[in-house]
Design a protein. Structure first.
Length: 164
């Protein structure tokens, strides 16, 4: 049996590692979906060191995933009508290794411990690759939402949820 080398750690103090991952992942994954200008805007507004620090102060919990001690993904949750899965990202070169499943298991365990009942999230309607991953992880589309995020940009998303 192959040894599992995935480790998920709750973190408040590895924000720099998370921002580096965000820049890499967002640049690779989201450029074809939303373009450079919106990627830059969203990295600054939601994924910068300052933004993540503020989110942690506002009750968001961040987890950093490692594969063989290499940071390879991260997620962020907040208790809000169950668990709001705010961020869920894995480096392209580490996909298909069970990292997303390990992060979801960590989130589910947290939710079960607190009897929160469900995990919910939003995902860009044009992000078909990620939508198929969420469906594989047990999420279902429950609606859609368009959110004005400022600077002339909107997020046109599906809402998904998974009962836990």
């Amino acid at each position: 049996m192959k040894e599992n080398k995935i480790k998920i750690t709750k973190t408040d103090d590895e924000i720099l590692a998370i921002t580096r991952l965000a820049n890499e992942i967002w640049t690779q994954h989201y450029l074809p979906i939303i373009g450079q200008e919106q990627v830059d805007y969203m990295l600054l507004k939601y994924q910068s060191y300052e933004a993540i620090s503020r989110q942690i102060k506002d009750g968001y919990i961040y987890y950093l995933a490692f594969n063989k001690e290499i940071p390879c993904g991260y997620c962020s949750i907040k208790e809000e009508n169950g668990i709001f899965l705010s961020k869920f990202y894995v480096r392209d070169s580490f996909r298909g290794r069970g990292i997303g499943s390990a992060m979801i298991k960590t989130i589910e365990d947290y939710g079960r411990d607190k009897a929160l009942g469900r995990i919910w999230l939003t995902c860009n309607k044009n992000n078909s690759r990620t939508l198929s991953i969420y469906k594989k992880l047990g999420f279902s589309i429950i609606g859609s939402i368009v959110t004005d995020i400022g600077n002339g940009f909107v997020m046109d998303d599906y809402m998904l949820e998974k009962q836990i």
